[in-house]
Design a protein around this ligand. Sequence first.
Ligand code: DGJ
Length: 725
Amino acid sequence: MKTRITFLFIFLLTFALNAQENIVVNTNTTQMVLKVDEDKNVKFEYFGKQLNALDDLFKANSNLDADAYPAFGIRPDRIMAIRVKHANDDRTLVLKYQSHDMVTVDDNVSLLTIHLKDEIYPFYVDLKYKAYKAEDVIEIWSEIHHTEKKSVTLYDYASACLPINARAPHITHFHGSWAGEFMMEETELDHGTFTIENTEGIRGSLGDNASFILSLNQASSEDDGEVIAGALAWSGNYKISFSRDRYAPTILKAGINNYASDYILEKGEKFTTPALALTYCVEGKGQASRNLHRYARNYKLIDGKMERKILLNSWEGVYLDFDEEKIVELIDDIANIGGELFVLDDGWFGNKYVRDKADRGLGDWEVSERKLPSGLKYLIDESEKRGIKFGIWLEPEMANVESELYEKHPEWVLQNTNRELVKGRGKTQVVLDLTNPEVQQFIFDTLNDLLVKNPRIDYIKWDANMEIANYGSTYLSKEKQSNLYIDYHLGLQQVLKRLRQKHPHTTMQACASGGGRVNYAYLPYFHEFWASDNTDALQRIYTQWGMSHVYPAITMASHVSASPNHQTGRIIPIKFRFDVAMTGRLGLEMQPKNMTDEEKNFSAEAIKTYKEIRPIVQFGDLYRLLSPFDNDHLSSLMYVDEQKQNAVYFAYYVEKMAREKLPPFKLKGLDPNKRYRITEINKFDDKTHFKGDGEIYTGEFLMETGIKIDFAKEYDSAVFQLNQM
Ligand code: DGJ
């Protein structure tokens, strides 16, 4: 991981402060200030724009008057960050400042730790603030440990609990469901508490995403206004709440969801809460997104500077119904149109229980001899013969009761031993107990053996299609059953860490019934997310728009699929489908042999075009222009490279209204003083949408006056490349 602290660069300063002195965390344009008061309480003073050094912030009196990590029991507060039961059953906690240290990780990154201890018990909390200067992001989390005689129970354990001065707080969040992820919604915070959370156990983002944009003083805008955007890096159940009081600051609290999760912490064990990444800016949510995207690509995302391949995934093309010949045909088809990778989805495994249907075989990760008699090696050879790479699907955390794995290890699945198992997909699916180290080892071995035996496998799609339904573990002790939701994900992390040590660069996709696992916690291990099982290009415009607020385009797997679409039945031209998929990591997921020759030729050209614009899409800065959520029948966005020399602009006509006169399309993010040639690309039938195609304009004109795009009908779309002259 790029964030690993290199000892050469560490510059550690330890302090013990006098009362009333401030502790400051800086990024290039923002600042967070904490203070130790005369009773050694650590107070949260300020988060916002960097203050001018001349304004003596060390004496500035914040009106926030809140503990930095409010603890339940003795000191009153509105919202508590932590609540525990000590070994002697005492339920009170009073955390006092001990010292703090600041580590300079490198020129751009610093890490502040504030050490707190209970007044009487050997119970410790370290507050962590990690600043990424250039990205204007600060991560906040806490680390909890104790040396009490017996275990301690943690009832509440926030990553962060911040007071925020907000005149009219508006919260944007991303709710959804299977096939409808990332529906963006903004709501003014009423007095009381507004919460986004997940409690299903496995697919943390199948409902709401663990991220938000908080606009402080009015409804948010793309280009101006004070906003705080946040993303919590936790793969399991999470909870983010905003509490508004008429007379006091709004409190943002975020962390692991304590739902059914009283956590038993042994003496000497450390409980590390997940990092909440926050960015503050005064330039609206567009800049907040760009900050998070850069932070993700530069520091969190595995191989964040490596281009992603264009692939064909077999799922919507053949589902579970295939043999060797059909697969080789698919490989041939994607190679012929210029693709770079073929991914064999579900259906390739199981011998006693051949995976012909989705109700059997999970857990038996050996190649089906009936379906693929020549084995994986043959398919990899066939791919490589055609100059493309090979990838494969697994659902490693799951089993079917119709599997050899379950027959051998029924104790490995999550269960309540007094009750019948509730089963998921196919009425046979169950979840393996990842709290159990033997299960962790099994999953590691499954993946490791596959990659060791087939070192030319380039890509793994890791799926997860069930929630935690049977609350119970045969591995955890009776007393620790309530650690289940959390220990499951710590177990998953262990497996992923080990896999990454052994196979650092195999591309991996996180999928969970579509976008059920879109979260920053996965970025160090997974190169991308399957954003949704809904591949309908129109609906994808909405899902991808929402997702783009927090996750960079390089992480957004986006596939061109069949028309009529399999989820909605909608008929959409091939160009529009490509133009949508090209705003993320382009792929295809269909039966290419059902395409007309004209569509095939277009696809080959579109893939060629994508290769040219890929660096701008995958590494550029995103500017959102016309939101589909505004119901103006249009949507548009663009990516601009860091030097503002090259850009690519996408526009879509999503609903046609008779006699509608479309406004000029204004661009963003360019240098007003530079001159750009604007060229329409990805044209169908050589049809141009813009009379000035190929001509040169100033950035100022393009951004302030805009261009006239002639959209003829619904699902018409246009893509333009801009190059500085
Ligand atoms: C759910 C995923 O989201 C799909 O893309 C596909 O991989 C199926 N599972 C396969 O069972």
